[in-house]
Design a protein around this ligand. Sequence first.
Ligand code: 3PG
Length: 306
Amino acid sequence: MKVLVATSKPFAKVAVDGIRKVIEGAGYELVLLEKYTEKSALLSAVADVDAIIIRSDIIDAEVFDAAKQLKIVVRAGAGYDNVDLESATAHGVCVMNTPGQNANAVAELVAGLMVYAVRNFYNGTSGIELLGKKLGIHAFGNVGRNVARIAKGFGMEVYAFDAYCPKEVIEAAGVHAVDSVEDMYKTCQFISLHLPATDETKNSIGRNLVGLMPKGAVLVNSARKEIINEEELIQLMQEREDIKFVSDIAPAAAAKFEELFAGRYFATPKKMGAQTAEANINAGIAAANQIVGFIKDGCTKFMVNR
Ligand code: 3PG
């Protein structure tokens, strides 16, 4: 059995060491393809492997066609919009993610982005504090729950909306569950986005919602750039100079945001939420264990293309 770790954005070394221990401990071979820049490198690396561990790496039909022995792909992380699930199923390949394993890392980055925004990007001028402010969490999954926990530590009043999460679960976390997403945007000066990128959510965050936010609005996106309607957000931010937008992923129109909204916009150069040793270890080793469990025992927990 040959397992490939294909990461254009590599894991911390300590995580790769942990993955190696699990894979070699099971008697399999581990091969690494890190920091690759060309798809051709990925296509040749997958040719003779049985399993692949990836991060945001794109696994499309061409990759599945090239991977003749492939049985399983594990996305070490939460979002699997980078994997063509239909093609995986057509090729008889199991796809899994590792939910929750990097959630705290992303949530801590969200806290950092909020502080950065309200302290005027550390430009030396007087800002505001998070204490007592209202934060709305849009989608209450693993990351959203961690953001809620941390925000409560700041003394923020936390609200959440999640069409798929029972209100009782939200309330059990000490968070106000709102009935309508519009009400949450109307109420909260801070909104943190935690939606996956799906047909339903793509382009769904625009004027319709952000336009409802109170004065001094701060929009934080640590999810996927595709969920934001950038054209509408740009127009809205031109009309409303009080809105700030901080993102852990450069929007498609990054140059425009930079040019128009100096002092009100920041994006990380590369998606950094899950870039911690701890998150790499948690997600990477979970991925390795899931591969061993699948190959040895047929365990399909966390399979996402059923
Ligand atoms: C995720 O979906 O798990 C996060 O966005 C992290 O992605 P990354 O592994 O590419 O940093």
